[in-house]
Design a protein around this ligand. Structure first.
Ligand code: HEC
Length: 160
C-alpha cells in the first residue's frame, strides 16, 4: 500500500511533464486532494485565473444556462435521445464527458455548435469572441475536480 502510494505520487509530476507520452493513457493519477473540489477552490492550480472564471460564469448564465443549467449539471437524461432523436444538453460540470475533449475541440464545439453534426446546440462564433469562449470554458472547468482536470490536462497536452 505504502509503496503503491509513493509510486503514484511520483507519477503525477512525471505525467504532467510527459503529457505527450501515449502509453500513459491508462495510468490516471489519483486526485491530489482528499476531497472533491467545490468550484472554484482549485482555480489557482489551473490554466486560468479566478477573474477569468468569474467573467466566464456571467457569460455562461447568459448564453448556456438555459440548456446546460445554471450549475452546468445539464439534463439528467443527457445520454438518451429525445422524441426528435436529439441528445439533451449534457452536463459540463465534470460528471459528463466534456473533459474527454482537448481544448481546441471544446472551443470548436462552442464556436460551431452541434447542428453541423446532427445535434441541436447553436453556434456561438457570431456571438462570442475567442476570449469570451475561453472565459466560459474556464468557468466550466472550475467545476471539475482535480482528478478529472488532471486527466483532461494529459489529453489536452497530447492532442493540442
Ligand atoms: C439550445 C441549447 C443549448 C445552448 C444554449 C448551449 N448548448 Fe451546449 N450543448 C447542447 C446540446 C443539446 C449538446 C449535445 C450536442 C448537440 O446536440 O449539439 C451540447 C453540447 C455541448 C458541449 C459538448 C459536451 C460533451 O460532453 O461532449 C459543450 C462543451 C457545450 N455544449 C458547451 C456549451 C456552452 C459553453 C454554451 C454557451 C456558450 C452552450 N453549450 C450553449 C445544447 C445547448
Amino acid at each position: 500500500m505504502y509503496k503503491k502510494t509513493t509510486t503514484l505520487i511520483i507519477a503525477v509530476p512525471m505525467l504532467l511533464a510527459l503529457g505527450a507520452c501515449s502509453d500513459q493513457k491508462e495510468k490516471i493519477p489519483p486526485a491530489t486532494s482528499a476531497k472533491p473540489a467545490k468550484a472554484p477552490v482549485y482555480v489557482a492550480d489551473r490554466w486560468f485565473s479566478a477573474e477569468q472564471a468569474v467573467r466566464g460564469g456571467v457569460l455562461f448564465q447568459k448564453n448556456c444556462a438555459e440548456c446546460h443549467k445554471a450549475d452546468a449539471s445539464g439534463d439528467p437524461n443527457w445520454k438518451q435521445t429525445n422524441a426528435e432523436g436529439k441528445l439533451p444538453p449534457p452536463p459540463l460540470n465534470g460528471t459528463g464527458h466534456a473533459w474527454h475533449h482537448p481544448m481546441p475541440m471544446l472551443q470548436q464545439i462552442v464556436r460551431n455548435g452541434g447542428i453541423p453534426m446532427g445535434g441541436s446546440m447553436p453556434a456561438f462564433k457570431e456571438k462570442l469572441t475567442t476570449e469570451q469562449i475561453n472565459d466560459i470554458l474556464a468557468w466550466v472547468q472550475s467545476h471539475w475536480p482535480d482528478k478529472i482536470y488532471i486527466t483532461w490536462m494529459q489529453i489536452n497536452q497530447r492532442k493540442s
